[in-house]
Design a protein around this ligand. Structure first.
Ligand SMILES: [Zn+2]
Ligand SMILES: [Zn+2]
Length: 183
């Protein structure tokens, strides 16, 4: 099921068919206007070290707007994922939202500029724009909560579930003080 305005083409690549999702921009290439889209780029093969698995498809809703001859793609990416906390190692679910804003241009004055994506044959490769934004927008730090206390250095128990049964080390200076006071 292809949504209006979207067309997929298969490009041969070393004998393997690669499907590319193109968004047709003919309507707005020369005149002001907007083309909206809804699409789910395939991220099933992608892995991030602290993501255990994807719990939903990557969903994108957005539009391309021609304002005074400049084409801008804006979109919102959302995905639900199962993550591992970098600090305590427990699994937690997270809804990740990534806003996308990208400039599109037919003639790339500077092909190395990573912020501008090419328009070819009046269409833009949605996968290229959305997957790039997804990778750049992904978290670099995964915490089950902002103030995750981590693990007990003695028994290794995650401390977010409450204190473990280890006795706290007493500051040796306080221990000496305690002995003095007992006398
Ligand atoms: Zn944690
Ligand atoms: Zn402990």
């Amino acid at each position: 099921m292809t949504k209006p305005g979207l067309s997929s083409i298969i490009i041969g690549h070393h004998g393997i068919g690669v499907i590319i999702m193109l968004l047709d921009l003919k309507k707005i290439i020369a005149v002001p206007g907007r083309v909206s889209f809804e699409y789910e780029p395939d991220i099933s093969d992608m892995s991030f070290s602290s993501v255990v698995k994807w719990l939903s498809p990557l969903h994108a809703v957005g539009e391309v707007v021609n304002t005074a001859g400049a084409l801008t793609l804006t979109a919102s990416l959302s995905v639900k994922m199962l993550c591992l906390c970098d600090r305590c190692g427990t699994e937690f679910e997270k809804d990740k939202l990534i806003p996308v804003e990208a400039k599109l241009a037919g003639d790339l004055e500077d092909p190395d500029n990573p912020d501008i994506f090419p328009i070819a044959d009046d269409a833009v490769d949605l996968d290229e724009v959305l997957i790039t934004a997804f990778v750049l927008g992904m978290d670099t730090k995964f915490l089950c909560s902002e103030d995750c206390p981590g693990l007990c250095p003695k028994c290794g128990k995650p401390l977010k579930d409450g204190p473990c049964s280890c006795k706290k080390d007493i500051d040796p200076r306080l221990a000496v003080l305690g002995q003095l006071l007992e006398k």
